[in-house]
Design a protein around this ligand. Structure first.
Ligand code: MN
Length: 205
């Protein structure tokens, strides 16, 4: 299915063991190879169904298919960004943004610590499964934190994603059990601020 489909599981920009101890090799491997792969396969198989239905002019449940598609494509794209967002780093206290993204965070939130507090609360309070995201609006030129429920709800369309944190239980359960807050705390030491800054600078403005 994957060689036919056009969504592909990206390889990680680091080794499976490289994010430990914050994210263990076992946790990262299952998250990438099983969960992320499932979204890739799901998206590709929905496209196969769509292509066939169009070719044979079959009736389809458009609403249900679009929902399933956005779940899987959203999952795939968010995970792809999540892997890029992280890098093996040292301690959270020393892992601070620099460059234009640091300036934008300071202007919007008043300082990095305030941003970190708001983002942490957003991630901790996502109901059920979902994501916290730092996004950017091209119209207002303001960064905004969003909660993304599941992979696809509660999103303001056209906002650009800069940084995401996966708070589905599958992202942390092997390492942290139900302690989502501990995982979010560990996440801060893994943020690849250089990659976030490059993403920010590359955006159309
Ligand atoms: Mn996930």
């Amino acid at each position: 299915m994957t060689e036919k489909g056009f969504y592909k599981l990206p390889s990680l920009p680091y080794g499976y063991g490289d994010l430990a101890p914050q994210i263990s090799e076992e946790q990262l491997k299952i998250h990438h190879q099983k969960h992320h792969q499932a979204y890739v396969d799901g998206a590709n198989s929905i496209y196969e169904k769509l292509d066939l239905a169009r070719k044979e002019d079959q009736d389809i449940d458009v609403k249900a298919i679009l929902k399933e598609l956005s779940w899987n494509v959203g999952g795939h794209l968010l995970h792809s960004l999540f892997w890029e967002n992280m890098a093996p780093n040292g301690k959270a206290a020393a892992n601070l943004p620099a460059g234009e993204i640091a300036e934008a965070i300071k202007n919007e939130f008043g300082g990095f610590e305030r941003f970190k507090k708001e983002f942490t609360k957003a991630a901790a309070s996502v109901e059920g499964s979902g994501w916290a995201a730092l996004t950017y609006c091209n119209s207002s030129h303001r960064p905004l934190i969003m909660q993304i429920e599941k992979h696809n709800c509660n999103v303001i369309p056209m906002f650009h994603l800069l940084l995401v944190c996966d708070v589905f239980e599958h992202a942390y359960y092997l390492d942290y059990k139900n302690a989502r807050a501990k995982f979010i705390d560990a996440f801060w030491s893994l943020v690849n601020w250089k990659a976030v800054d490059e993403r920010f600078k590359a955006m159309p403005r």
